[in-house]
Design a protein around this ligand. Structure first.
Ligand code: ADP
Length: 259
């Protein structure tokens, strides 16, 4: 009867062995979406089949980062096709709302949208699904916990104490609901001067380590600050400093997720 049970599940949950990783942060602006997008691309570059669900309903910056804003996904019969970019299958609410419209849906609507991403999108074969959660510990994070009890968590913070404190809170919510926190990523950890090669810690140090210790997990990566005058912090090329750091993060995530 296991087969019948399997058929009852929404399509995204049917494939055996598929892994789910929700990326959370305590507050906005720490680079959660940037980290999620680059981790997705780095995993895809290593040959994993990656899906990315932009569940940051209020922010949806994933389409901007991938340069696919306003793309209208194709539909085949009843199923919506994810938008492919940089080797990643992407689904975002942004594809379905008229431009510049503030999203004013309330909790239940958000849960419904998330459910439709699981049930009405033709994901095909995917090894890992990354979910870019809204910052904090709101309804969407709770919905993910309910809908995907097997999902694991990755916490993104910056070095500052204020960001670290709220990141711990977001992580503890995962811990309390029995989701393994596979680790912490400290974004904007340091800046490397182009001309002199010197490293400076513009936002201080230690936030990532503190969050990892508080959540009884490990610091998986320290992502440098990009010089946005030279290079936008969107999808970094594989051979850039950022690309290499994300490549190593992808290896560690793959290992922690059992890929
Ligand atoms: P969040 O998802 O946490 O709200 P975003 O990923 O949207 O944050 O990033 C917020 C802003 O910070 C964006 O403008 C992004 O380009 C920038 N940013 C993110 N990470 C870095 C980084 N490592 N170096 C420089 N700028 C970054």
């Amino acid at each position: 009867n296991a087969e019948a049970q399997q058929a009852e599940l929404p399509p995204i949950l049917r494939q055996q062995g598929r892994q789910f990783l929700a990326i959370a942060s305590g507050k906005g602006g720490v680079g959660k979406s940037t980290v999620t997008a680059n981790l997705a691309v780095a995993l895809a570059r290593k040959g994993y089949r990656v899906a990315l669900i932009d569940a940051d309903i209020y922010g949806f910056s994933i389409p901007v980062i991938f340069g696919i804003e306003g793309v209208k996904p194709a539909t085949i019969e009843d199923l919506i096709m994810p938008v492919q970019a940089e080797g990643v299958k992407i689904m975002s609410m942004q594809f379905f709302v008229p431009e510049n419209t503030p999203v004013v849906w309330r909790g239940p609507m958000l849960g419904k949208t998330l459910r439709s991403f699981f049930g009405q999108v033709h994901w095909g074969d995917v090894d890992i699904v990354l979910l870019d959660l809204p910052p904090g510990t709101g309804d969407v994070a709770l919905d993910v916990h309910t809908l995907l009890p097997q999902s694991k968590q990755l916490i993104v913070t910056t070095p500052q104490a204020a960001a670290a404190e709220v990141a711990v809170r977001a992580g503890l919510m995962g811990v309390r609901t029995n989701h393994q926190v596979i680790g912490v990523v400290e974004n904007m950890a340091y800046f490397v001067c182009d001309s002199c090669g010197e490293t400076s810690y513009l936002f201080g140090r230690g936030g990532g380590e503190r969050v990892a210790a508080a959540l009884n997990t490990t610091l998986l990566a320290e992502i440098p600050i990009a010089n946005q005058e030279k290079e936008r912090a969107d999808i970094f090329s594989a051979d850039s400093l950022h690309g290499q750091v994300f490549g190593k993060l992808a290896d560690r995530v793959a290992e922690a997720m059992g890929l």
